[in-house]
Each structure stands twice: as C-alpha cells, then as structure tokens.
Write a protein that binds this ligand. Structure first.
Ligand code: NAD
Length: 455
C-alpha cells in the first residue's frame, strides 16, 4: 500500500504540473463533490447514524446542506474571486499594472474532528479546491463509519492525482505532520492544536485552527421566553450538545431563569417527548470516554439538576440536562462541556454578564438573547468572539457569506464561502512595470542629493 510519503509526493507532483490552476479544473472538482452528495445521501445518513445516532434532519442540515450550499456558492462566484484585484497607484507607478493575484498555496493538510465529520473535512476542502490546491484529508478516527466512507468516496469522485484521504488516529497524524505542507487546516481541541502548531513551526507552515471553547448565551431584559427557550434548547441539544458552537452555558438574572425554565421543559418535551431516550430525533455521545467525562462533570458539579440528568452507559445516552445554581468555580465551568448538559449561571446586571464573559477566553460563538436592541448592541460591542448571533444559536454558521472561525483561544483563520477561498490562497502583490518614466527614476538613483527627496 502507498505510504504517507508517496501520497504526498504524488500530490506534490500533480500540483507542480499546474493541473489545478485552470478554473475549469476547479469547477469540475467542485461539481464532482456535488455528485458525491447527490449519489450517496443514504450512505452518509447511515454512517452518521452509526457514529453518533445523528437524526436524519440534523445530518441533512449540518453535514449535507451546509456543504452543498457552500459548493454552489463557490461555483457561482469562483471566476470573480479569481480575478486579480487592482490597487491604486501613485505618481512613480502611474504607468504600471498593480494588482493582487490569488494563487494556490500548494499541497495542504486538512485534519477534521468527529462531531461533524463530513462537514469538517469537506467544508475546508471546498476552499482548498476553489483556490487551486491539492489536499490530503485526515478525517477523525473516532467517527469510524464516516472516516471509512470518506476514504471510499473521495477517490471515487475527486481527482486521485490531487486529493487523498489518509486514515488513522493521533500516531498517524503526528507522522503526517512531520512532513512539509503548504498549509495546515486543523479542526479539533485546543490541546491537540498546540501539537499541530509545534509540528507546523518546524517547517514554518501557516496554520488555520478551528477550535472550541465555552460559548456563552447571555439572556437579558425583555424577550419572548417561549421562543427563546425553543431556540436555546434546539441549539444546545442539536447533535446532543456535541457542537463547537453550541451554547455552553447560560447567563441570566434569577427572574429570567424562573420564567425561562418552564418553557425549556415544555420545549424539550415537545421536541423529544417525555422519554428523549426513545426519540429518533435525539443523538448519542460519540464514545464511552466522552460519556464517562460528561457523567463525571455532572457528578462533580455543585449545581442542581432541574431537567434531565438520566443516563445509560450501554447506549451512551445522556438526557438533555439543565443545571441551575452553578457558580463560575463549578466543574462544569472549567472546560468546554461538549455534551447535552446546560448550566445556568445567574447574574445581577448586564455589566456583570459582560464582565464574566470577558474574563474568560474568547469563545467561538457568543449569543445574546433580548428583545431590547440596546442590550444586543451592548453585548456585541463590548465583547469579542469568533462569531456572534442574537436571539438564536448555531444558525449564523449556515451562511457562506459569513466567515466561520475563532479568535484568541477559539482559533485563528476562517472558512466558508470566499473566506475559505482566501484562506487557501496566497495574496501575491504584483507590479508589472514597463520601461517608461525613466526620467522620474533619476530621482531615486545615487549619488543622493537634496533633490532625491522629492521622489
Ligand atoms: P478529535 O479527537 O477527532 O481530534 C481532531 C483530530 O486531531 C482528529 O483527526 C485526530 O485524529 C487528530 N489528533 C488527535 N490527537 C492528536 C495528536 N496528539 N496529534 C495530532 N493529531 C491528533 O476531536 P476533538 O479534538 O475531540 O474535537 C473536539 C473539539 O473540536 C472541541 O473542542 C470542539 O469545540 C472543537 N471543534 C471545533 C470546530 C470548529 O469549527 N471550530 C468544529 C468542531 C469541533
């Protein structure tokens, strides 16, 4: 079997041949990606059901439609994005052509995580293809069925010369990272991101990091509690809380909490019935290790469970759980929860909520729920996060026009739409000069005199 080095050599050879440069090639590959989805929807649904018991609707929305929409968006805009952008000139460069050219970087490495195992590999791949790169894809080994499916489908649909899937876990990824890439696009945890950065430093490889963290949901002032509860609960328990942009915790006043909780109970019951375990619309925790971690977090929490709390180890089930009376020092507040447990922390004022958020690492997403636009604007202006959405959760990342990515500890760089294309493009500043205006150049040649300063 071909080893990692040979795969890399093959892709490097293809990149050097210039095969990825024409727009026609890039569009053909993007169209082939569309066919991959059209022909294999059932297999994708089955793989994600096997890995995460992902409900069909959640897979269609978050693994298929989001990627397919981005492919369409890229296909419609690619020719425009590839055009050089001309910049203004000055007196000394008046006759020159001065422009920025978007050029592919070369062979890039895309490493994905398990929670949206299709999207997290194929979304960045869209940008890599659109920008004219070759790519090695390293799906997560934890979502095994999807890893296997990607390894089977990618060579079937995309150019084998230019794109390859490498399977394996930490050891294989570490070996892969010993090689020189022209860009590394990593999605996953902050701790592994440090290893990726260290490996990239050896070759001075630029890196995009799509990480996680604790995404706050600040609920304040007047609002439609019933709608707020539905949107909050949907965003939190989608994929059983295993979303990098899931609201990790809620900050609200005691008064809001008391009004919100009955509606949250009602919303959960209307979504998943009185026995969420029986609902086909509620997923499972990806591995025993993650299930153990979440149960341990619940046990160590000093808060009070007011909704859910039930669990079944054999099926890796954890009920949608809401915990109140949680303090900033609670176990639940020391790490990203990444599961179906929602702590509610109470604040006395908007300022207290904003200060609480600002004392923590910058989140990947920040949510502000309020009917009062002044509240939303204040939260937006006084905080920083990868993305921001008012009065809803998760949905901001479905729009290919918006950049998706973190800031500070939640990551660096972005993808989706043009942002992905830009991530995988080198912006080459070009000046095409002729031989005109040589008389003006006299002003910059030595021997220097006072008159040189007028250049
Ligand atoms: P994971 O365990 O699947 O790891 C991610 C990738 O890193 C995998 O491909 C894995 O093989 C590889 N890996 C694991 N250990 C490694 C090592 N020591 N050296 C090199 N590579 C290694 O996923 P995870 O890390 O558990 O992902 C969950 C995290 O990802 C959460 O923090 C979540 O918020 C974040 N996330 C972020 C985004 C985003 O777009 N920003 C999306 C999804 C998940």
């Amino acid at each position: 079997m071909e080893g990692q080095k040979q795969v890399l050599e093959r892709l490097r050879g293809a990149f050097r041949s210039g095969v990825t440069l024409p727009v026609h090639f890039r569009l053909t590959q993007l169209e082939a990606m569309m066919s991959l989805f059209e022909d294999n929807e059932t297999q994708i649904l089955e793989a994600l059901h096997e890995d995460l018991a992902k409900p069909k609707f959640e897979t269609v929305l978050s693994e298929i439609d989001i990627v397919v929409n981005d492919i369409c968006y890229n296909i419609s805009n690619l020719q425009t994005w590839m055009q050089p952008s001309y910049v203004g000139t000055n007196l000394a460069t008046k006759l020159d052509d001065c422009f920025v050219r978007r050029e592919p970087l070369g062979v890039v490495l895309i490493i994905g995580a398990w929670n949206y195992p299709i999207q997290l590999i194929l979304s960045p791949l869209i940008g890599a293809i659109a920008a004219g790169n070759c790519a090695i894809l390293k799906p997560s080994e934890i979502s095994k069925a999807t890893e296997k499916l990607l390894a089977e489908l990618i060579p079937k649909y995309l150019s084998q010369e230019c794109y390859a899937v490498v399977c394996g876990g930490a050891e294989e990824t570490k070996t892969l990272l010993e090689n020189r890439f022209d860009h590394i696009f990593y999605t996953g945890s902050q701790s592994v991101a440090r290893c990726v950065l260290q490996a990239a430093a050896v070759h001075l490889t630029p890196v995009t990091l799509e990480l996680g963290g604790k995404c706050p949901c600040l609920i304040y002032g007047r609002l439609d509690m019933k709608a707020a509860a539905k949107r909050l609960v949907w965003a939190k328990f989608f994929n059983s809380g295993q979303s990098c942009v899931a609201p990790d915790y809620v900050l609200c006043t005691d008064e809001v909490k008391d009004m919100l909780l009955p509606f949250m109970k009602e919303a959960l019951e209307s979504f998943y019935g009185s026995e969420p375990q029986e609902s086909p619309d509620y997923g499972r925790i990806v591995t025993d290790r993650h299930w153990d971690r979440l149960i341990e977090l619940m046990k160590r929490s000093e808060g009070k469970i007011v909704i859910g709390g039930e669990s079944v180890k054999e099926t890796r089930y954890i009920a949608p759980t809401v915990i109140v009376d949680v303090k900033g020092t609670d176990a639940l507040m020391q790490e990203e929860i990444f599961g179906p447990i929602l702590p509610i922390l109470t604040i006395k004022s908007l300022d207290e909520g904003i200060n609480f958020i600002n004392e923590k690492e910058k989140a990947l997403a920040l949510y502000a729920f309020s009917d009062e636009s002044q509240v939303v604007t204040t939260v937006l202006e006084r905080t920083s996060s990868g993305g921001f959405c008012s009065n809803d959760g998760i949905v901001h990342m479905t729009l290919p026009g918006l950049p998706f990515g973190g800031v500070g500890a939640s990551g660096m760089g972005n993808c989706h739409g043009r942002w992905g294309f830009e991530t995988f493009s080198h912006k080459r500043g070009c000046m095409l000069r002729g031989w005109g205006l040589e008389r003006v150049n006299v002003l910059r040649y030595p021997p220097y005199t006072e008159s040189n300063l007028s250049w």
